[in-house]
Structures are given as C-alpha cells and as structure tokens.
Write a protein that binds this ligand. Structure first.
Ligand code: ATP
Ligand code: MG
Length: 209
C-alpha cells in the first residue's frame, strides 16, 4: 500500500455567506481535538435547505472562504459542491471525497449542533451516517440536548447516530452569517467577527448592502 497522506479528513460544509470566525474556530478546534490531517471547507453550490432566500453567488462565497483560510496550512477549500450542477446532497459529497482521498480515508463531518439536526431531512441519512463520523460543535443558543428533547424524531436520531456523533465543546461564539449580513445592511461594524481580508472584500464589492 502506498503512502496515504490524508487519512483523517475534516469537512466543514456551509453556505459561508460569509465565512466568519465561528466557522474558523470550530474547524481549528476539531482539527486539534480529533487529530485531523486537514480540514476541507466546502462552500455549497445551490443549497437544498436554503431555497427561501437568495445567497451571494457561489464564486464570491468561495473566494471569501479562500481568503479566510489562506494563512492556515491545514485548511483547504474545495470546489466540489460549487462545480456540481444542481442541488448538492451530503451523500454525494461524501462519496466524491472517498473517490478523491481513497476508501480508507475517514471523513469527519464538522457541524454546529443546529445543523446536525437537519440530518433527518437529508437524502439517504443512514448511508451518510454509515460512511462518515460527525463532530457536533455546541454553539451558543443551540443546546443540543434540549433541542433533542423537543423534537419527536430526536430519539430515533439519537439512537441512529450515537456511535457516529462526537460532541465537541467550542468557546462561546455567538457569530452567525445572518447577523453579519444584517450588520452590513444596517451600517454596523463587522470588524473582528470575520477575518480582516474578508471584511475588506465585502466592503470593496459592496456585498450585503
Ligand atoms: P446563516 O446564519 O446564514 O445560517 P451560519 O452562520 O449558520 O449562516 P453556515 O454557512 O450556515 O453559517 O454554517 C456552516 C456550518 O457552520 C454549520 O454546520 C453551522 O452549524 C456551523 N456554524 C455556524 N456558525 C457557527 C458558530 N458561531 N460556531 C460554531 N459553528 C457554527
Ligand atoms: Mg446556518
């Protein structure tokens, strides 16, 4: 068997509209805590769960993700969802990653606690759970346990996912892309919420105004 350079692959999927320090802290923490070889940021193309509102175009979201991660040697950005026509499903992305990194590569899907509860709405959720491990980051305002209790599917989800979901504590970061877009629209500051290069890129292009 040849050398396998990347055997534990972290995946940080998102709209990244825009990417912010919440995403970056979460990815860095997962990389360290779970001894990942790298974290791959995968900006969504046409997000299947967010058809209700218009997102910034994929290229701009991709560029901001590249700017935000450029100085970190173990962060990379992937175009696989952006270059795929139509809506992207996690199962297709996981299969594509296994084609790229090999069947033996372990995929760790890093998500916020809110996002993990969307699993049930995914295409082929059981198959996704068979093929990768989840790292669920606890996030301010999203108490995973309380959310589980309030959902009817929670028990089923908990039993189905238990061996495959790792819980990770992250420093409290009440940052969201929604809040950043609102701040820009209202003329408030987003400095220190996003990397400086991302803030400059947003300003230069007049995004979210
Ligand atoms: P939006 O407000 O538009 O929904 P968002 O801030 O939630 O944006 P997404 O691109 O939707 O960002 O999220 C990508 C992933 O990052 C999801 O798994 C989400 O749970 C996680 N995430 C988002 N914000 C944080 C944060 N502050 N801390 C930890 N994880 C986060
Ligand atoms: Mg979100």
């Amino acid at each position: 068997m040849g050398r396998t350079p990347h055997r534990r692959i972290g995946v940080m999927g998102g709209t990244f509209d825009p990417i912010h320090h919440g995403h970056l802290v979460t990815a860095e923490e997962a990389w360290k805590q779970f001894r990942l070889d790298l974290v791959l940021f995968i900006p969504s193309g046409h997000p299947p769960h967010k058809e209700d509102r218009r997102n910034l175009d994929p290229e701009s979201r991709y560029l901001m993700t590249v700017i935000a991660t450029a100085d970190n040697p173990h962060f990379q950005v992937s175009r696989i969802e952006i270059d795929r026509p139509g809506p992207s499903y996690t199962i297709d992305t996981v299969r594509e990653l296994h084609r790229i990194y090999g069947k033996e590569a372990q995929i760790f899907f890093i998500t916020g606690a809110d996002a993990i509860l969307e699993i049930l709405t995914w295409k082929e959720p059981e198959k996704v759970l068979q093929e990768c491990t989840f790292i669920a980051a606890t996030r301010p305002g999203y108490d995973l346990r309380r959310l589980e209790e309030s959902l009817p599917e929670a028990e089923r989800l908990r039993r189905a996912t238990e061996p495959r979901v790792l819980i990770m504590e992250i420093p409290a970061l009440a940052i969201s892309s929604t809040d950043i877009r609102r701040r820009v629209r209202e003329g408030r500051s987003i400095r220190y919420l996003v990397p400086e290069g991302v803030r400059e890129f947003i300003e230069k292009n007049g995004f979210y105004r």
